[in-house]
Design a protein around this ligand. Structure first.
Ligand SMILES: NC(=O)c1ccc[n+]([C@@H]2O[C@H](COP(=O)([O-])OP(=O)(O)OC[C@H]3O[C@@H](n4cnc5c(N)ncnc54)[C@H](OP(=O)(O)O)[C@@H]3O)[C@@H](O)[C@H]2O)c1
Length: 283
């Protein structure tokens, strides 16, 4: 089996390639230097040249606040990109795994979203990722979609790295306490992706680390495990005032993973422990 991974210079793509290598699965990782996914001809020629059995599509425009102003580039990367890849996969009769997000949901209420619940993104990033899903499902039958959330990995910037940096500089940090979700370690998500692509259990899934928290609770646990005494001030989304609206409820049900015999990811606190160790080992 040959797997092509996009976004290898980002957080998730990097760990998917590592996991494929660990499993001895033939693969190649690509990023914008290899081909720009917004350009159909480049995308076609690169993928057809490698002729994979599966494309794991991890590249994306992920700047949630900036997306509100940069609508065209966001749509080009997050909608035209997956659409281009899906068309090539169709031509090559190859599977595609597309990574999506909790931001496709409006985040009302407090129950866990099922994979077939009604979507309703609040902002441009979520809208573009949902339209990316639709671009994939309208072209392909052999697709997997995994909606994940609050991603952290060694290769790139993320919330944990930011909190560790500001926690060193300040006695107290203000963090949002009314958005609830699940942090997700790319090492654990990469394992699920590699479990999934060797099957033909196509469809839409949710894949995050287990258990839920608010961003403020997440930060308190980061500081506890890292040995910081920085205080965390709980503030509301309104008080914090980010540019892009974000769902208050990002609880994602894993029923579909269970039904199809895929192992759930470990709890997020355990994932955080392993991630902090990885950060330390990487200096
Ligand atoms: N990060 C999160 O918290 C989060 C939450 C839910 C879902 N997700 C989804 O999870 C997936 C992986 O996220 P991540 O955090 O690993 O992303 P990331 O670290 O931002 O990496 C994305 C990669 O895509 C590349 N890219 C951007 N535009 C491209 C283009 N036109 N052609 C080719 N490559 C391009 C980026 O390159 P440049 O850096 O040069 O732009 C970057 O290397 C994405 O689908 C994302 O939407 C992420």
């Amino acid at each position: 089996m040959k797997v092509l991974v996009t976004g290898v210079k980002g957080q998730l793509g990097y760990d998917v390639v590592k996991e494929l290598n660990r499993r001895g699965i033939d693969n190649t990782g690509a990023d914008i230097e290899e081909f720009d996914i917004t350009n159909y001809n480049m995308t076609h020629d690169y993928i057809a040249g490698y002729d994979p059995d599966v494309v794991v599509h991890c590249s994306a425009y992920t700047a949630v606040d900036k997306a509100e102003d940069n609508i065209d580039i966001c749509n080009a990367v997050n909608v035209d990109g997956p659409s281009n890849i899906a068309k090539v996969c169709k031509e090559l009769d190859c599977k595609m795994l597309y990574i999506s997000t909790d931001y496709v949901f409006p985040g009302t209420g407090d129950r866990f979203y099922e994979t077939d619940d009604e979507t309703g993104p609040l902002g441009q990033y979520g809208r573009s990722k949902l339209n990316g899903e639709k671009a994939v499902t309208s072209v392909l039958d052999k697709y997997f979609i995994i909606r994940t959330s609050w991603v952290f990995g060694i290769n790139g910037n993320n919330f944990i790295k930011t909190m560790l940096r500001v926690g060193k500089e300040r006695d107290e940090v203000s963090v949002v306490c009314d958005q609830i979700g699940s942090p997700t370690y790319t090492v654990d998500l990469a394992r699920l992706i590699c479990d999934m692509i060797v099957t033909d259990k196509y469809g839409i899934y949710h894949g995050t680390n287990e258990d839920i928290c608010s961003w403020a609770e997440f930060t308190e646990e980061i500081y506890r495990q890292a040995g910081y005494d920085t205080k965390v001030k709980h503030v509301t989304t309104e008080e914090y005032g980010a540019k892009a609206p974000r769902p208050a409820n990002s609880r994602l049900s894993k029923k579909k993973l269970d039904e199809n015999g895929f192992a759930r990811l470990p709890g997020w606190k355990d994932a955080l422990t392993r991630y902090l160790k990885e950060l330390e080992e990487n200096g």
